[in-house]
Design a protein around this ligand. Structure first.
Ligand SMILES: *Cc1c(COP(=O)(O)O)cnc(C)c1O
Length: 386
């Protein structure tokens, strides 16, 4: 063979005695076949083997298997974002004329998808109360999926996943959970009878605010096939480089979560003890309305909680936020930096509670020193209450 050929073919090297603790990043579009017969029969390969880079490489499969283990499921798929995790479940399950039930407190882009993408295509949604009250009354023969997100975005309501999974079984309706807040380290929705457990890996699994990915785990190979069919036909796959970042991030997830849980609890308790601070929404606080439900189903809390401002505090919000030294202003969560995001749920909610009508600060606790965070929050709330 001549040089141009040598340029294109990598020499094989001996891998015996090479053993590392990391997962190689396998990049591929084309996957080549051993012989003519392997190529001719490639269509018979099952979903756990390899056919084309879009459907996964050993790097993707490693993360799938790791998510499956943590979620205590049977198979997982990795998708480009948490939002794609929700939309791919919906598109895999719902046909025109059918309906999905979503909580009023759902991650807002999921509502947007229901209203502006599914509805014009004849797929409908109905909104249930954030704490899950009244779901059964919304069930009719068109309902094929109940989507849950516990706790709810910003307002932190918890849903009874056992009861919702049981309703699903009673009426033959599939159920799904957005498990991003708790992560499978604190909640295993499939163990409670939920059919799809989705998480935005962009948050705690990635852990460094530098990537977007999502995962969906199921207990049933038929559901995995539905997800994979949807992804194949829409041409949805993920980059092994992003997957490799999650494989790195997930190694420290348990330690990071344990740390942010403790610090977030300390800060939430401290804020709740200040007479000038409004409602603190953190499920570990004994007077949190759904404290008992959280304790029953979750093994812990993560580092995200909310504080509802009082009317008079709203006026000083800009001043207060601009004085933050450590905590950055921004949405999202799960990275090493603490974040604060002022939210308003006034618009876009159907069952808005009077106590949620004011500005809500969503706080993500990161990995900075607790005393620095405490002093930043003290400065903030001192200014807010001025
Ligand atoms: C961030 C988030 C999502 C979306 O994840 P992306 O990867 O940013 O698309 C979905 N649900 C919840 C609860 C989230 O926090």
């Amino acid at each position: 063979m001549r040089d141009a050929t040598h340029c294109t073919i990598h020499p094989a090297v001996d891998l015996t005695e090479f053993s590392s603790l990391t997962v190689p990043t396998y990049r591929a579009s084309t996957i080549v076949f051993e012989d003519a017969e392997a190529y001719a029969t490639r269509g018979e390969r099952d979903l756990d083997s390899y056919m084309y880079g879009l459907y996964g490489t050993p790097t993707t499969k490693t993360l799938e298997a790791q998510i499956t283990k943590l979620e205590n499921g049977v198979r997982s798929v990795i998708v480009p974002s948490g939002q794609a995790g929700a939309t791919i479940v919906f598109l895999s399950v719902l046909l025109p004329g059918e309906t999905v039930l979503i909580p009023d407190s759902v991650y807002p882009p999921v509502l947007d998808f229901c209203v502006n993408y599914l509805q014009p295509r004849g797929i409908y949604h109905k909104i249930y109360q954030p704490d899950g009250t009244g779901i059964e009354d919304l069930i009719d023969p068109s309902v094929k999926l109940i989507w849950t997100e516990t706790p709810g975005s910003t307002t932190m309501e918890f849903q009874d996943l056992w009861a919702i999974a049981a309703l699903g079984k009673k009426y033959g309706i599939l159920t799904g959970a957005d498990n991003t807040w708790a992560t499978p380290l604190h909640l295993k929705p499939l163990d409670l009878g939920i059919d799809f457990s989705m998480q935005a890996l962009s948050k705690y699994a990635g852990g460094h605010s530098d990537l977007l990915l999502g995962s969906i785990c199921v207990n049933d190979l038929e559901l995995r096939k539905k997800l994979r069919d949807t992804m194949r036909m829409l041409g949805i796959g993920v980059s092994p480089d992003e997957v490799a970042l999650v494989l790195r991030g997930i190694e420290t997830m348990a330690v990071r979560l344990a740390h942010v849980e403790q610090v977030a609890r300390n800060l939430a308790e401290e804020l709740a003890s200040r007479p000038d601070v409004g409602l603190v929404l953190h499920p570990a606080l004994a007077d949190f309305p759904q404290h008992a439900l959280w304790k029953r189903d979750f093994s812990g809390a993560s580092g995200v909680f909310s504080v509802v401002l009082t009317k008079s505090q709203e006026g000083n919000l800009e001043d207060g936020l601009n004085q933050l030294k450590v905590i950055a202003i921004g949405a999202s969560w799960g990275g090493t930096r603490s974040l604060i995001a002022p939210m308003s749920v006034k618009k876009g909610r159907k069952f808005a509670k009077p106590e949620h009508q004011r500005t809500i600060l969503r706080i993500n606790v990161g990995l900075e020193d607790q005393e620095d965070l405490r002093s930043d929050l003290k400065t903030l709330f001192d200014i807010l209450s001025r």
